[in-house]
Design a protein around this ligand. Structure first.
Ligand SMILES: [Zn+2]
Length: 588
C-alpha cells in the first residue's frame, strides 16, 4: 500500500540525484532565457530553424519542471512535516515564475511574426504536430498588452492579486468552531455536515453560518479586491466579458457552455423529485442545504485493498483490456500510496512524471465504496497520462474541463459495476444514491456557484459589493439552481467556498460540470460500442491537449456539442440512475 518514489529520485527530500536534476534544469532554463532573448521574429517562411530550437528548449524545461514539481508534491503529501520538501517547493515556484516570464516574452515575439508567414510556417512538417498550441499561444498573446505592461501586471499580482487569495487562506486557517467541547477547524466542522444525525448537522451548520457571518466583512473585502484586480486587468486588456478568460482557458465556446446549462435546466425537475423523495425518506417537510448530502441508508460493504484492486482491474477489462493492463502495472510497480496512517495530507491526487513517463497516485484507502471509487478515479487520470507519454510535451497540456474525462469514465465503470453486484436492496440504494448525489452536486450546487459568480462579477464592475448583497446574490443563485426545493440555503457560501478565492484559475466551477457530462457522453458511447470503443477512446484522450473541445467532440464522437443533443444523451444516463434509485426507494 506504499508507493515507491526511489525509482524516480532515490533518497527522498535529501536525494542527490534530485539535486543534480534541479541543477541541470536551472542550466536549461538559463539557456532558454537567453535563446528567447536572442530570438528574432522570422521574415520569411524558410526560417523555421530558430523557432524549432526555442520550442525544443521550452519542451525540455517544461518536462523537467513538471517532473521536479510532481516529485516535490509527492514528498510533501506523504509527510506534511517534511521541511526540506517545503524548501524544494519554493525553489520550484521560483523556477516556474522564471519559466512563465520566458514564455510570455516568447509569445510576444510570435505576435510580431507576420500572420501569413506564421500560418505557413506552422504547417511545415517539422512544426505541424505543434500547430494548434503554437497558434493558440500567438492568439492569446495578441489579446494581451505589450510585454512591459504584462510583466508589470505579473509582478504586481504577486502581492496584489494572488496576495488576496493567500490572505483568504490565512484568515480561514485561523477560524475555529467550538463543538462538543472541542475546537474544530472549519474544515473539520464541515466534515460533520455529512453526519447521519440531523441534530448534529443542524447545530454544526448554524455554528458555521454564524462564524462565517461574523467574518463576512473581512471576506467581502478579500473577494472584492481580488475580483476588482481581475476586472481592472481585463479592462486594460480591452476584455469586457468576464467569461472570456475561463472560456479561452478551457478551450470552449460560450454557445457550448449555454447549451450545457440549458439542457441541465430542462432535466432539473427530475432532480427536484429526487430531493423531495429524499426529504420524505428523512421524514422532513423539505430538505435544508445541509441535508442534501446526508446519508439515507447503511454504508456499503468494505473491501480490502487487494479486493478493491482486483475489482477495479476486472471491471476495467470489460471496457478496455489496455486500461486493465495499465492498472495492473501501476499496482505491481507500486505507483500508488494508499496506506491509512497519520502525517499524510488528506484527499487524493494523481501526478505525472513526463520525463520518466511514470505517474503516482496518492490517497488514503480504508476500504469504503467511495475509496474504491477514488482509486478508480485516480487510475483514470494516470491512464490519461499514460496514453500521452510518447507525445510532444506541449501537446500534453489539457485544461480543467477535459482533465476529468478519463477519471470520471473510470469511476463510472467501477460505480456501475458495484451497483450491479450489490448484495441487497439496501446496499444498492446507498450505491445509487452516491451516484445521484454526484449529479446533484454538478447540476445544482455547481450551477449555483456559476450563477452567483457571473452575477457578482457583473455587479462588481460598477463598484464594491457589500457582504449583505453577496449573501442575497448567493441565496438567489441557490434558490434558482435548486429550483426552490430547499427549505434553507447557505447565504455565506461565497465566503466558505475556497474556489471563489482561487486566483490561478478563474471560474473554478463550470469546468467540473462540463467534465462530468462530457465523460458521461463518452461513457454512453462506450456502453453502445463495447470493446471496439477502446482505440477510439485512446485516440480521443490523446487529442485532449491539442484541440478545442468542440473539434475534439466532432472528430471523435461525431457530435456538435454546441447543440443540446449530446448533453441530453449524457443526462439520460444520469437520470437512469435517479429513476432506479426512486424504484428501489419505493420498494424499501
Ligand atoms: Zn480528478
Amino acid at each position: 500500500m506504499k508507493w515507491d518514489l526511489d525509482t524516480l529520485f532515490s533518497g527522498g527530500s535529501d536525494s542527490q540525484s534530485l539535486h543534480k536534476y534541479v541543477e541541470q534544469t536551472e542550466e536549461e532554463l538559463a539557456n532558454l532565457e537567453s535563446l528567447v532573448e536572442l530570438y528574432t521574429p522570422p521574415k520569411n517562411t524558410e526560417q523555421t530553424g530558430p523557432l524549432l530550437e526555442v520550442v525544443a528548449h521550452i519542451q525540455e524545461v517544461m518536462k523537467r519542471l513538471s517532473e521536479f514539481g510532481a516529485f516535490v508534491s509527492c514528498l510533501s503529501a506523504q509527510n506534511v512535516e517534511d521541511k526540506k520538501a517545503g524548501q524544494w517547493q519554493s525553489k520550484r515556484t521560483e523556477m516556474g515564475a522564471r519559466f512563465d516570464n520566458a514564455l510570455t516574452a516568447f509569445d510576444q515575439k510570435l505576435v510580431q511574426v507576420d500572420e501569413s508567414i506564421f500560418k505557413t510556417m506552422i504547417q511545415q512538417p517539422e512544426l505541424k504536430e505543434l500547430s494548434f498550441v503554437l497558434n493558440e499561444k500567438r492568439e492569446h498573446a495578441k489579446d494581451l498588452l505589450e510585454l512591459r505592461q504584462e510583466s508589470l501586471i505579473n509582478d504586481l499580482s504577486v502581492d496584489g492579486y494572488h496576495g488576496w487569495g493567500q490572505m483568504y487562506d490565512a484568515l480561514v486557517g485561523k477560524m475555529t468552531i467550538e463543538y462538543d467541547g472541542e475546537e474544530l477547524s472549519v474544515g473539520q466542522a464541515a466534515n460533520k455536515l455529512s453526519a447521519s444525525d440531523r441534530e448534529v448537522r443542524t447545530e454544526v451548520f448554524q455554528k458555521l453560518q454564524s462564524a462565517w457571518d461574523q467574518q463576512s466583512d473581512l471576506f467581502s473585502e478579500t473577494l472584492n479586491h481580488l475580483s476588482g484586480f481581475r476586472l481592472q486587468m481585463y479592462k486594460r486588456r480591452g476584455w469586457n466579458h468576464v467569461l472570456k478568460e475561463p472560456l479561452d482557458y478551457n478551450r470552449m465556446t460560450e454557445t457550448t457552455l449555454n447549451s450545457m446549462w440549458e439542457t441541465i435546466t430542462d432535466y432539473k425537475s427530475k432532480y427536484k423529485n429526487y430531493l423531495n423523495k429524499k426529504a420524505e425518506m428523512l421524514e422532513l417537510e423539505k430538505l435544508s442545504f445541509y441535508d442534501v448530502e446526508a446519508p439515507v441508508g447503511e454504508s456499503g460493504q468494505t473491501m480490502s485493498y487487494q479486493e478493491g484492486a482486483e475489482f477495479i482491474v476486472e471491471q476495467f477489462r470489460k471496457f478496455s483490456p489496455k486500461m486493465a493492463e495499465f492498472a495492473e502495472m501501476a499496482f505491481k510497480k507500486q505507483w500508488i500510496e494508499a496506506e491509512d496512517r497519520s502525517g499524510k495530507r488528506p484527499g487524493g491526487f494523481c501526478t505525472s512524471f513526463p520525463d520518466s513517463e511514470e505517474t503516482r497516485i496518492f490517497m488514503t484507502y480504508s476500504g469504503t465504496p467511495s475509496n474504491v471509487a477514488t482509486l478508480a478515479h485516480e487510475l483514470g487520470h494516470a491512464y490519461h497520462q499514460h496514453v500521452m507519454n510518447d507525445m510532444e510535451v506541449m501537446n500534453q497540456g489539457y485544461a480543467m474541463n477535459v482533465a476529468e474525462t478519463a477519471s470520471t469514465f473510470a469511476e463510472m465503470i467501477v460505480a456501475d459495476a458495484a451497483v450491479k453486484e450489490a448484495k441487497n436492496d439496501e446496499e444498492k440504494l446507498t450505491l445509487l444514491e452516491d451516484k445521484v448525489q454526484r449529479s446533484v452536486a454538478f447540476f445544482m450546487n455547481i450551477h449555483a456557484r456559476f450563477l452567483f459568480e457571473t452575477r457578482f462579477y457583473e455587479e462588481r464592475k460598477s463598484g464594491t459589493v457589500s457582504a449583505e448583497r453577496l449573501k442575497q446574490l448567493m441565496t438567489d443563485a441557490q434558490r434558482e439552481a435548486y429550483m426552490d426545493s430547499l427549505d434553507e440555503y447557505d447565504p455565506t457560501f461565497w465566503a466558505s467556498k475556497l474556489h471563489f478565492h482561487i486566483t490561478d484559475v478563474p471560474f473554478y466551477n463550470f469546468p467540473y460540470t462540463f467534465g462530468y457530462l462530457f465523460s458521461m457522453g463518452i461513457y454512453a458511447r462506450a456502453l453502445e460500442a463495447g470493446e471496439s470503443f477502446e482505440d477510439k477512446y485512446i485516440a480521443l484522450l490523446r487529442d485532449t491537449g491539442r484541440m478545442n473541445v468542440e473539434d475534439l467532440a466532432k472528430k471523435h464522437l461525431e457530435v456538435d456539442i454546441e447543440q443540446k443533443e449530446f448533453w441530453q444523451n449524457a443526462l439520460e444516463l444520469c437520470v437512469a440512475d435517479l429513476e432506479e434509485f426512486m424504484e428501489v426507494a419505493e420498494k424499501l
